[in-house]
Design a protein around this ligand. Structure first.
Ligand SMILES: N[C@@H](CCC(=O)N[C@@H](CS)C(=O)NCC(=O)O)C(=O)O
Length: 376
């Protein structure tokens, strides 16, 4: 029996970056393998249900597919070191997890696939080497890369929307850079769940592909340092001369973080509102049974979100996974006392994010046997 965890992942994958950083930060020993490894199809996939990465195999053989589930597996066993206890910090940590996992796919896909001159050779290396050296490796690589190139368009990047996608991302990057000049992590001196979610798009795509990595290095060095820091086991904060430990005291939320969220709210809120309406219309029409798969290859397309930001209409695929994670934010809020709810509402008002508390689907999403499924 193997004595260490196996993480099926790959360097250039968005969701892998989130789980990998968690394992590194928590000091959990693991060996990373690509899904091209023969053990994946034979031993792991039957239990993982979908061929997505990251997928973890524990030393006892348990298979956990999905980054959020991998992190939850360890958090539940170790007293939740990455979940803040203060109500405001707890809500923002969970919110950054949703935004990172689902809210920044547009700039991530755009800066990867729409700057081919700078990025293509680098990407080709990674897509090619995620597979074993079998006869059809070249054709398979072409096919995989072609499929992913449509992703930018699916998430709403067109020649008309491109300038808005870029200006929104650069405003966000500048604001995040101002925050990381003051603190090494989102909520102070150690990473919270939200740091790991946010790292997804900020590592493999925006912090590592040649063109966006150069933007980050040159324009937002403190963000670039955070990306590096999130992939190291220690605190890695030598530029802070009086470092503390833990989350900020007294449930403090720095103004710099409010400024970041105000920018993120510009598309996150209207997109979530429209995606909820679209998926709810799909639910009303299709009445999926309890237990039916809600995401991934087993699900049918559920429609699009359409919304206008900075005078530009954007049309992007509506994904239930956003609501799977948003449910967590909403359930943290529901569990608070009346006084705590007031504090959180005041904070979300300042961030332009209050509406996310009430944007829900008409069915719940839950996880059974490594799949997100619908439930009444
Ligand atoms: N909800 C999953 C999504 C994972 C996911 O979609 N991963 C991508 C790579 S970044 C993948 O495996 N795509 C392959 C496919 O969908 O066939 C998670 O958060 O782990």
């Amino acid at each position: 029996m193997p004595s260490t965890h196996r993480l099926y992942a790959i360097t250039h994958s968005l969701y892998s970056g989130r789980a990998r950083a968690y394992l590194i930060k928590q000091g959990i020993a693991f060996r990373e393998l690509s899904t091209g490894h023969e053990s994946f199809k034979a031993d792991v996939l039957p239990k993982a249900k979908l061929p997505t990465i990251p997928t973890l195999v524990t030393p006892t053989g348990e298979v956990i597919r999905d980054g959020a589930a991998i992190i939850e597996h360890f958090e539940a066993k170790t007293g939740r070191p990455c979940r803040p206890t203060g109500p405001r910090q707890r809500v923002l940590s969970a919110l950054f997890d949703v935004i990172g996992t689902d809210g920044l796919l547009r700039p991530a896909m755009h800066y990867r696939w729409n700057y081919k001159d700078a990025n293509l050779a680098f990407l080709k290396y990674h897509f090619l080497h995620s597979q074993r050296d079998l006869p059809q490796r070249e054709e398979k690589t072409e096919h995989m890369m072609e499929r992913m190139q449509n992703a930018a368009q699916m998430f709403g990047v067109t020649s008309q929307s491109m300038p808005i996608v870029e200006s929104l991302y650069l405003d966000f990057l500048d604001a995040l850079n101002s925050h990381f000049k003051h603190y090494p992590y989102l909520l102070g001196w150690k990473p919270c769940i939200g740091d790991f979610g946010l790292l997804g798009p900020m590592y493999a795509h925006l912090g590592r592909d040649p063109h966006p990595a150069q933007i980050m290095q040159q324009r937002a060095t403190s963000v670039y340092r955070w990306v590096e820091r999130m992939n190291r086991n220690d605190q890695d904060a030598p530029e802070f001369f009086n470092p503390s430990s833990g989350f900020l005291a007294d449930d403090e939320i720095p103004d710099t973080l409010v400024a970041v969220l105000r920018i993120l709210a510009e598309d996150f809120v209207p997109e979530t509102r429209s995606a909820a309406a679209s998926i709810n219309a799909w639910l009303a029409k299709h009445h999926p049974e309890d237990g039916a798969a809600a995401v991934g290859r087993l699900a049918h397309p559920l429609g699009n979100a359409e919304f206008t930001i900075r005078n530009q209409t954007i049309r992007a695929v509506a994904q239930p996974y956003r609501f799977y994670l948003l449910q967590r934010v909403q359930s943290v809020y529901e569990g608070l006392s009346a006084d705590e709810k007031l504090q959180v509402k005041k904070l979300l008002d300042a961030c332009g994010m209050t509406e996310i508390l009430t944007l829900t689907l008409n069915k719940t999403l839950t996880r059974i046997d490594n799949l997100e499924v619908w439930q009444s």
